[in-house]
Design a protein around this ligand. Structure first.
Ligand code: UN1
Length: 496
């Protein structure tokens, strides 16, 4: 199956069969590829080559650069099913979500094509006669992308589509758990390049490897921006290293996303919102719903319904019509079990969470999604476990719920389900949710690409994809031009 998708997209057999690094499918543990990891030396050469590409690409007019991304979007449309299926096979996403992820790539390509004609700066009133000021945006340099297994292709596309239209080459270090989709994206990029014609070599490159290879990108002063998605632990290593060399970083780190479910909420909507956000992608989205604060007056109406939905949701092979696929690997399963153990020790009432389909898939990790009821928020609920565990707590008044929702170190996504305008607006106000994403009557996950994506506090502060995220990939310049015959000084200074 893999071969059919890979060759349709233009990846040759030898690219993923000759190496000595094994790639396992989380579906059944089978080896689906053997790739060759890059060496540090190879990484340095790739960075040099990218810099050579930068010298040329930055001079190509931005709308023309947009044409390359338009072609990438076309290639993605043509191969949506191939790439979506490959995402399912390599990281275990269900079919709909694999396809959704590729659609997210197509969407950002379309967005970036538009942006390529809108890299707007400002004109600024000068205080001096015969002068004008403006602010202009210029390409930044080589963009290093470090991505996680859970959105193994969309995050590359968010960065690549914008970086390329902004005049920069990219080098991508995908998760070592998902090298095959990276090879496929690179092949699709090359298809777009072939149609585009005259572009410098090495505009987009892939670096396969583990932390040492990520470090080669992070520590190299010729990489202008490191855009890194992953755990807060990873961000804590990457951020200071990039800062030390005065590079730029764009960090998308951990989340601990919450929903406040108010008494006036439409419970049918809320139920669907909870389900998609909490168990979608087997709880392995950075936007996954992890904490649920239910008003004490509605908990008995809603929680039994959530539990019965949890009981009936189908778990199994992601390409066979199920709603929950496998966890990525054994380590992830162990982390989930140890979080549940801590939850029990902290007095939590645990529902679900056990491993299933062991006989059918002895080398894969399928789990029932878990619900943990706590009397109050504690450190177990405050830490992120990248698995389907939903911590449920009750609240009495809205301010208390808001305080609990904000009382975590992470700040990615949040939502309220309410039909009370005051609560909704308060949630979105200056003293409301402290997250980068705050929604009303929509779950925490499944954001569109048009908005800026990212979060505050230990989530890292970065914003990717829509809105003005393109500015991450450019340097800003302030220009003052004197068209008079005098040289007046700012601030009215008279210098002799
Ligand atoms: C991620 O989990 O790293 O909002 C990204 C969402 C998706 C992106 C998630 N559009 O859930």
């Amino acid at each position: 199956m893999i071969k059919q998708y890979m060759s349709a997209m233009g990846v040759q057999d030898k690219q993923y069969h000759k190496g000595d690094f094994k790639v396992n499918s989380p579906i059944d543990g089978a080896i689906i590829g053997n790739v060759t990891l890059d060496t540090i030396g190879a990484a340095d050469i790739k960075i040099k080559n990218a810099n050579a590409a930068f010298q040329e690409w930055r001079m190509v007019p931005a709308p023309k650069r947009g044409e390359l991304i338009r072609l990438l979007g076309e290639a993605l449309r043509e191969h949506k099913h191939d790439l979506g299926a490959l995402v399912s096979l390599e990281v275990g996403k269900i079919k709909e979500e694999g396809l959704g992820e590729v659609q997210e790539m197509i969407d950002i390509c379309d967005f970036a094509v538009g942006v390529s004609r809108q890299l707007y700066g400002l004109t600024i009133a000068s205080e001096r006669p015969g002068h004008h000021m403006r602010e202009t945006w210029h390409p930044l340099g080589v963009i290093g992308i470090i991505s996680a297994f859970n959105f193994p292709v969309a995050v590359w596309a968010w960065n690549t589509a914008l970086a390329i239209v902004c005049g920069n080459p990219v080098i991508w270090k995908p998760s070592e758990k998902s090298p095959l989709v990276a090879l496929a994206c690179q092949a699709l990029f090359e298809k777009a390049l072939a149609k585009f014609g005259d572009a410098p070599a090495h505009l987009s490159q892939v670096l396969l490897g583990k932390t040492d290879i990520g470090n080669a990108l992070v520590e190299n002063k010729d990489v202008a921006l490191i855009s890194a998605t992953g755990s807060t632990r990873m961000g804590r290593l990457v951020g200071p290293k990039v800062a030390e060399r005065f590079g730029r970083s764009l960090l998308e780190l951990g989340g601990n996303n919450a929903m406040i479910l108010a008494p006036s909420a439409d419970l049918n909507l809320a139920l669907r919102g909870i389900l998609f956000s909490a168990v979608g992608t087997a709880g392995q989205r950075c936007t996954t719903l992890r904490r649920l604060f239910i008003h004490e007056s509605v908990i008995d109406d809603i929680l039994p319904r959530v539990k019965s939905a949890y009981e009936t949701v189908s778990i199994g092979h992601p390409l066979e019509g199920n709603l929950i696929g496998p966890l990525i690997d054994e380590e992830s399963f162990n982390n989930m079990q140890s979080a549940l153990k801590k939850a029990r020790a902290a007095g939590g009432k645990v529902f679900g969470g056990e491993r299933v389909l062991i006989d059918k898939y002895p080398n894969a990790y399928y789990v029932k999604p878990a619900i943990v009821e706590f009397d109050e928020q504690n450190d177990v609920a405050r830490s992120e476990t990248f698995a389907p565990i939903l911590y449920v707590m009750t609240y009495k008044d809205f301010d208390q719920a808001l305080a609990m929702q904000n009382d975590v170190t992470q700040g990615l996504s949040s939502c309220v389900f309410t039909n009370d305008l005051r609560e909704a607006e308060l949630f979105l106000s200056d003293r409301g949710s402290d997250c980068g994403i705050a929604n009303v009557n929509i779950g925490t996950s499944g954001a569109e690409i048009g908005g800026a994506f990212g979060g505050e506090k230990e989530t890292g502060g970065g914003r990717e994809s829509g809105s003005d995220a393109w500015k991450n990939y450019m340097r800003r310049q302030t220009n003052t031009v004197n068209y008079s015959t005098n040289l007046p000084l700012a601030q009215g200074i008279n210098f002799g």
